[in-house]
Design a protein around this ligand. Structure first.
Ligand code: NAP
Ligand code: F7E
Length: 374
């Protein structure tokens, strides 16, 4: 490997891109990020890094080959982390063609940009693959040898990304690998993914700023880890002696219902679930801390068909044995309980800081309730 440490991160403004940037800057890398132009400020997650001498941003888009060739040629990276994607599974049913263009062909564009710049022998590439590849799972728990059965336009696009990485590794002897990451969450998680939607709603309901939370499939099972721990593994995968794919997961599984119960408890609200399917409800049976006693007896969680998917992946559970053994990665650094605690505590403080005394529903909460935004 070269002595220069120059990383190029696509998807730098996202949850993982922001944590990975911090990690690589700490490790002494020059970090370059690819950003898209937007009419609103979307750089909240990396605002604290802008202005640092080793942190640089470049305009580019995974849908635009020339922009990628230009940025790769200019930066001459020793490592590329391809994190950019349309990453929302439910949205991929509404925008399947865009999802395929960015999440499938976009990976090919990154690989070809590296070849066009003659960096294929010096630049290592990490591809953000996903547990969604296992989809309608064929075994539980899932490891590197479990057959794939993608179950959404997002997963089908990511499957192409996985295979084109493998193909370029074999055809051109490139050091390119996939991290098959199971769900990882944090206080920086996008607000329409289920965990963050729940922790924000729990905080808002506890502080009298929202009446109810509407969710989809409460029975869905996920292996949820902490994003800050997972970006470390992305780096470890590229420091390995040879290019290989790894499953990254905690090895523990919980339901959406369990996440909801725990998050509301942390916010001071004890929930009891009653009923089944679309009629299931989460009723407040006790409060603690600053949560209002008026909440007791109220239905705070309801199920809405708006958040059901045409096909849903319901049983993800990863086996991180290989990453533990070969990379020395610790899948238990942050427990499930600690993850929920970190997210709820962050959102309690955020909601408190939002400040308005009156009971205001944010636009997002309103849109979520009406099912306009998923
Ligand atoms: P995220 O928060 O949704 O971030 C996605 C990033 O991709 C954002 O920076 C976004 O930019 C960028 N992006 C989207 N379309 C783009 C385009 N056409 N050109 C350039 N950039 C584009 O996702 P994340 O949770 O950090 O996940 C990172 C990666 O890991 C994604 O590829 C995701 O599919 C994959 N993954 C995530 C998980 C998970 O649980 N988080 C698990 C497995 C795999 P804007 O800010 O401009 O939108
Ligand atoms: O859904 C169920 C939903 O949207 C998790 C992405 O980072 O991880 C993420 O994809 C589960 C699903 O994440 C609601 O049906 C119930 O079964 O938080 P999610 P995801 O689909 O697992 C994978 C590994 C990625 O690669 C993706 O990029 O929760 N669910 N009720 C709900 N989901 C949402 N979003 N909203 C609900 O109201």
């Amino acid at each position: 490997m070269e002595n220069r440490k120059v990383a190029l991160i696509t998807g730098v403004t996202g949850q993982d891109g922001s944590y990975l940037s911090e990690l690589l800057l700490e490790k002494g890398y020059d970090v370059h990020g690819v950003i898209r132009r937007s009419s609103v400020d979307y750089r909240e997650r990396i605002a604290h890094l802008e202005g640092q001498p080793n942190f640089h941003l470049h305009y580019g888009d995974l849908g635009d080959s020339m922009s990628l060739v230009k940025v790769v040629g200019k930066v001459q990276p020793t490592e590329i982390y391809n994190l950019a994607a349309q990453s929302h599974v439910q949205v991929s049913f509404d925008s399947p063609e865009f999802t395929a263009d960015i999440d499938a062909t976009g990976v090919l564009r990154v690989l070809e940009a590296v070849r066009a710049c003659h960096l294929e022998k010096t630049c290592r590439i990490y591809q953000a693959s996903t547990s969604e590849l296992y989809g309608k799972v064929e075994e539980v728990p899932q490891n590197e040898n479990t057959p794939f059965h993608p179950y959404s336009p997002y997963a089908v696009a990511k499957l192409y990304g996985f295979w084109i990485i493998k193909e370029y590794r074999e055809a051109y002897d490139m050091f390119c690998c996939s991290g098959i990451l199971f769900n990882h969450e944090s206080e920086r998680r996008g607000e329409t993914f289920v965990t963050r939607k729940i922790t924000l709603a729990a905080a808002r309901i506890a502080q009298g700023r929202q009446d109810k939370l509407f969710l989809g499939n409460l029975d869905s099972l996920r292996d949820w880890g902490y994003a800050k721990d997972y970006v470390e593994c992305m780096w470890l995968i590229l420091q390995n002696d040879k290019p290989e794919d790894f499953v990254i997961a905690t090895g523990e599984q919980h339901s959406v219902r369990q996440f909801t119960e725990l998050a509301f408890r942390r916010a001071g609200i004890e929930l009891k679930f009653e009923g089944e399917g679309i009629h299931e409800k989460g009723i407040c049976v006790a409060v603690s801390g600053s949560a209002s006693a008026d909440l007791v007896g109220k239905t705070l969680v309801e199920v809405s068909e708006d958040f059901y998917r045409p096909t849903d992946v319901v049983n993800l559970w990863g086996d991180p044995t290989k990453a533990k053994a070969k990379l020395g990665w610790n899948p238990s650094k942050t427990s499930f309980e600690q993850l929920v605690q970190i997210m709820v505590d962050h959102d309690m403080a955020k909601v408190a800081a939002e400040g308005a005394a009156a009971k205001v529903r944010t636009n997002l909460a309103e849109y979520l309730e009406k099912g306009i935004v998923k």
